[in-house]
Ligand binder design. Structure first.
Ligand SMILES: [Zn+2]
Length: 217
């Protein structure tokens, strides 16, 4: 489903995360791998899959990385992630695969994403923003000129990611949201659920308040 000109939302069937295909060149997250066959067919319909060279993981959880190896085997692409989640992705420790009734798959992260790194496709230029809280190496991808934020499990349409899993940290999540509140965001493309257009700055403020208030109880 096209959700922005050049960005397709693939999969996203529970318990998979949303998988985004950008310009037929870049994949964001890979789901559990359960629906890999369906995604492969869809990708082949949408673009020349041979042009996809990079898969970026927004963080280390199994519902976002479980399909990495299948994509790697199929397209020989590189996997990129933040250094703080690299080990969890590679070893499966901290990927909470057991929550999905599955075993982690051993894999290699080929590229480590630094703060401010730029990920370019034909029509987009995403900046890597570390947003720890849901996991230590959670990232968002921000397209400044188009005001698009791909938020992983940091921020959803009307919620934030949980912080009670290994490596989760509520205070860090609040700080990450405060950083995001400084940005101009028109389109929110979250790791689960529906994309959201408009009202994102209000949503972020609500979530900061919610996290700060619930802490006091
Ligand atoms: Zn997650």
């Amino acid at each position: 489903m096209q959700i922005y000109k050049g960005i397709e939302l693939l999969g996203g069937i529970d318990p998979d995360c949303n998988v985004y295909l950008v310009d037929g060149e870049l994949i964001i997250d890979s789901g559990t791998g359960n629906y890999f066959g369906d995604m492969k067919k869809e990708i082949e319909k949408l673009c020349n899959a041979g042009n996809i060279r990079l898969l970026v993981n927004t963080h280390c959880h199994f519902d976002h990385i479980g399909g990495n190896k299948k994509f790697q085997d199929w397209l020989k692409l590189s996997i990129a992630a933040h250094s703080a989640d690299k080990k969890s992705i590679e070893t499966g420790n901290g990927s909470v695969a057991e929550l999905f009734g599955q075993k982690a798959r051993i894999m290699t992260v080929n590229k480590t994403l630094r703060t401010g790194a730029l990920i370019k496709t034909t029509n987009f230029m995403f900046e890597v923003l570390p947003t720890p809280g849901h996991t230590p190496g959670s990232i968002c991808l921000y397209e400044k000129s188009k005001k698009i934020l791909i938020s992983g499990d940091t921020l959803f349409e009307n919620a934030v990611g949980r912080t009670d899993l290994p490596g989760g940290d509520r205070d860090q999540l609040v700080n990450s949201l405060k950083m995001l509140s400084q940005l101009q965001i028109e389109y929110l493309l979250p790791g689960h659920g529906s994309p959201k257009k408009g009202g994102v700055d209000f949503l972020i403020k609500q979530m900061i308040n919610f996290l700060s208030e619930s802490k006091k109880i």
